[in-house]
Design a protein around this ligand. Sequence first.
Ligand code: XIL
Length: 297
Amino acid sequence: GTTLGASAAEKGRYFGAAIAAGRLSDSTYVSILNREFNSVTAENEMKWDATEPSQGNFTFSNGDRIANHAISRGMKIRGHALLWHQQQPSWAQNMSGSALRNAAINHVTRVASYYRGKIHSWDVVNEAFADGTSGARRDSNLQRTGNDWIEAAFRAARAADPGAKLCYNDYNTDGINAKSTAIYNMVRDFKSRGVPIDCVGLQSHLTNGPPSDYRANIQRFADLGVDVQITELDISGSSQASGYASVVNACLAVARCTGITVWGIRDSDSWRTGQNPLLFDASGNKKAAYTSTLNAL
Ligand code: XIL
């Protein structure tokens, strides 16, 4: 293929980008989006603070701008993210206990129901595990409502949108380490008890490239019977171009690695300010990293 999306499709995968509703009026941005990508993720517009700014009042206007663009162009939509300790509305940040649990589950139900039938995969829970060697859950207001908050969220999401693949998404989980192993153990437990989970998202915010055991890590999740998606890929550093190729090669080597999403289009769109971790420069020109990615697909 001559574009990222078409080449990935030839391999039975999607190639997506995180996009911002506020950039859909930028013609350079939109022309790259429409030419190269066949999946989108809302960079911020489907998060809790954006979709439920006051309790029980749901606003989907910016999420819908992204969803409508994708639908009109035949692109898949990754839903991101139903529950997360960051980008919560202030009213939720100030809640605890059963009131917060009920509000969180209601949020999952309402947002997943609103977008039912439109979302290919939902990040139901984002970043719930701690960094470092503990393998523990991250302390958060959601975690303090009880250790079963993650499975409650997945059950609510399944009931609300039975057709969406339900993912657990996190960072620093690219190699085999204490954090990714804790997630592996959670997925294995969910599978054994019938808690609905379909996929694991590896954010893959990387420097230079993936760890040497990236493919093995993807494979061990696949062997549990879940898909793996590379959900927020960006790579800083001097080995960026070969790093992108390594990510693509690892994903293509595992049948259940079903797609790759880069976290932005141009370097100037990236949340990693000054690190230039994406595939297009600020003018929209293809970088060496673009060419190595396309050649690996
Ligand atoms: C980032 C967005 O890119 C920024 O625009 C926003 O200010 C903060 O969030 N992990 C995630 C994403 O799951 O939602 C984050 O996105 C990047 C880290």
